[in-house]
Design a protein around this ligand. Structure first.
Ligand code: HEC
Ligand code: HEC
Ligand code: HEC
Ligand code: HEC
Length: 159
């Protein structure tokens, strides 16, 4: 055979050999240990345990109310009942085991509330499922929580 045919052939063979060599070193030992099937076997067995060990950041309201029963009862009987504590206070993973209550966020600013209550001003979005206010008009000089209790914002109970 002429060398202009052979040369690219060698290049192709070298390329395949390189790929196989790289695979040998790079594919982890526990990849595909459950048999030959491509469909159900294309994963690293150790990855299952890695996800089991992955620390969950959010713990859910049920955990919080174990200790904060007063806040829990108040929230449950309010228009905010559907909102998770951690939606406003941030992930509770390291609280209170670390002995540091201040790992929980205590955001007293307007932005916390406006995230849900700002009237977006597009047709069909105001007065929808979430009662909304105009953030540049509604009592702009004060924090929302000076008038509305975050754990029970019920307008009928407003002082
Ligand atoms: C094992 C009991 C326990 C659990 C569970 C618990 N907390 Fe606490 N929490 C405490 C203690 C103790 C304090 C500090 C004393 C206090 O301020 O009441 C505290 C303080 C707080 C504070 C006030 C922080 C500050 O800077 O004043 C917030 C907010 C809070 N917790 C939210 C939560 C949320 C949200 C959850 C659920 C993810 C939760 N806690 C779960 C015991 C607990
Ligand atoms: C809509 C947002 C929101 C939700 C939901 C919420 N909180 Fe709060 N929480 C606040 C804000 C804002 C403050 C600060 C209030 C203040 O300083 O007057 C606060 C204060 C606290 C405090 C410290 C002062 C206090 O009242 O004891 C604790 C503890 C607390 N929240 C626990 C909880 C727990 C437990 C839940 C769930 C059952 C929860 N919060 C749900 C916004 C929220
Ligand atoms: C995660 C979204 C969310 C956040 C954050 C939030 N709210 Fe709400 N809020 C709601 C929803 C949803 C309702 C309406 C529930 C319903 O009508 O069933 C509501 C209702 C209200 C109402 C009307 C109560 C009534 O009687 O009609 C007020 C006032 C209110 N929230 C104030 C606040 C304040 C103040 C904050 C900040 C501390 C806040 N909200 C944070 C979702 C949120
Ligand atoms: C100075 C007191 C005060 C402050 C501060 C305040 N509000 Fe209000 N808010 C009221 C009063 C009073 C009402 C009921 C009458 C009305 O609709 O204006 C109300 C009504 C609402 C309603 C119900 C609207 C509706 O049509 O159902 C929401 C939601 C609300 N406020 C959210 C907020 C949020 C979010 C903030 C902070 C960005 C805030 N408020 C700051 C006094 C206040």
């Amino acid at each position: 055979m002429k060398s202009h045919v052979l040369r690219p052939l060698w290049v192709a063979i070298a390329f395949v050999a390189l790929v196989l060599l790289a695979r040998y070193f790079l594919v982890p030992d526990d990849f595909g240990v459950h048999g030959e099937s491509f469909t159900y076997n294309f994963y690293r067995a150790g990855n299952v345990q890695e996800w089991k060990d992955f620390p969950v950041k959010f713990r859910g309201t049920a955990v919080c109310v174990d200790c904060h029963s007063e806040n829990g009862e108040m929230l449950a009987a309010s228009p905010h009942a559907a909102i998770q504590c951690e939606n406003c206070h941030g992930p509770g993973r390291d609280h209170p085991e670390t002995g540091e209550p201040d790992v929980m966020i205590l955001d007293r600013g307007r932005a916390l509330c406006l995230r849900c209550h700002a009237d977006l001003g597009y047709a069909g979005t105001s007065r929808a499922a979430i009662p909304s206010i105009d953030p540049v008009r509604h009592n702009v000089d004060s924090a929302c929580i000076e008038c509305h209790a975050p754990h029970n914002p019920d307008l009928e109970e407003m002082e």
